[in-house]
Design a protein around this ligand. Structure first.
Ligand code: C5P
Length: 343
């Protein structure tokens, strides 16, 4: 991976990926979003974003999936810089143009909120660079306009998200959880997975069978029978059993309670993910779930040693592109010590 260049006046922020321990999706809203109940959990897979003063704003990307990251105004970190500059008006010092360097470890379009993470890190880094002194609530408000997952990338830890995922309450969690993340060969666009979820639900309501893949994707005709209760499009509610299990700190209690309403949609678009989930379960995972909109699969292990064994077994099964071992919860976007940033 290309190291971040050290520059005078450069500020670096580090930001974690997220997985969802519960993702309950309500009906489609009139604004194109869905009301959610999401239990976000930040894990130890980090991107780093460095900002430094420049004549004009630009972005360079290194690391995981760099070719898929847009370098223009649609880049979420670029949008974040612009949104913060607009929000602070005259409060900042110096020019608001920055060179943005993104060092990626979080895969793109993977259900891990990597783009939102980079936006959150850019907000934290520019807030420091410009001396704009925005508080956590103000940054979260700016972040929510950029993407539903940005406020959680700022907060980190484990939190319950409602609304479209941007309204957060910290969750009480004991202990640390060991995970294996299995990356798919190619990404899934979040909007496509929500749309597939809506199509599956509409088909279930009609009692029929529909093509759930968008044109040009690996088409899979999915026959739809009686849905599991969790898949019905009702007002989403927090799973109190999951919250109690998280308070207990017992991964064996948490594992069977992991749920994701987007999983059937992700599986319909990427049928091979079934094999990855099965490989995890067969090799001792306490829980196996698609992360968010996918295609990353998250597997919960009883401890770090079990996670290592699981990572080896899933790699050996040949059902994914790459595997990483992580733990959570970890803090949200934070400034990196300038010396540590270049080691
Ligand atoms: O907020 P964000 O830009 O990350 O959302 C990407 C897409 O995911 C939205 O355009 C929408 O299609 C879908 N989405 C949704 N309901 C949510 C969050 C995202 O339908 N609560």
């Amino acid at each position: 991976m290309t190291p971040i260049t050290r520059q005078a006046g450069a500020i670096t922020a580090r930001v974690p990926a997220k997985i969802n321990l519960q993702l309950s999706v309500g009906p489609l809203r009139s604004d194109g979003y869905h009301d959610l109940v999401s239990v976000f959990h930040a894990v130890s897979l980090f991107d780093e974003v460095t900002v430094s003063p420049a004549d004009r704003t630009s972005v360079v990307v290194s690391g995981e999936g760099k070719a898929e990251v847009p370098l223009g105004p649609s880049n979420l970190a670029v949008k974040a810089v612009g949104a913060l500059a607009k929000a602070i008006g005259h409060r900042g010092r110096g020019t608001n143009a920055v060179r943005i360097q993104i060092r990626k470890r979080i895969p793109v379009a993977a259900g891990l909120a990597g783009g939102s993470a980079d936006a959150a890190a850019a907000l934290v880094a520019c807030n420091e660079l410009w001396g704009s002194r925005c508080g956590a609530a103000e940054l979260a408000e700016i972040g929510a306009q950029l993407g539903s997952d940005v406020p959680f990338a700022l907060l980190g830890g484990t939190a319950v998200g409602t609304g479209r995922g941007e309204q957060l309450t910290r969750a009480l969690v004991s202990g640390s959880y060991n995970w294996v993340l299995a990356f798919g060969p190619s990404g899934l666009a979040t909007g496509d997975v929500y749309a597939a979820c809506d199509r599956l639900r509409a088909a279930r309501a009609a009692g029929g069978s529909v093509p759930v893949s968008a044109p040009g994707r690996d088409a899979a005709w999915t026959s739809v029978g009686s849905p599991p209760r969790a898949s019905l499009s009702t007002t989403p509610r927090i799973n109190t059993s999951l919250m109690a299990a998280l308070r207990s700190g017992d991964p064996a209690a948490v594992g069977p309670l992991l749920t994701n309403d987007l999983q059937p949609a992700a599986l319909s678009l990427r049928p091979l993910l079934r094999r990855a989930l099965a490989a995890g379960r067969e090799n001792g995972a306490l829980g196996a779930i698609v992360s968010g909109s996918g295609p990353t699969c998250a597997f919960l292990a009883s401890d770090a040693d079990a996670a290592s064994d699981l990572a080896v077994a899933i790699t050996g099964a040949g059902v994914c592109r790459a595997v990483v071992q992580v733990y959570g919860p970890v803090p949200g976007a934070s400034l990196v010590d300038p010396v540590a940033a270049v080691t």
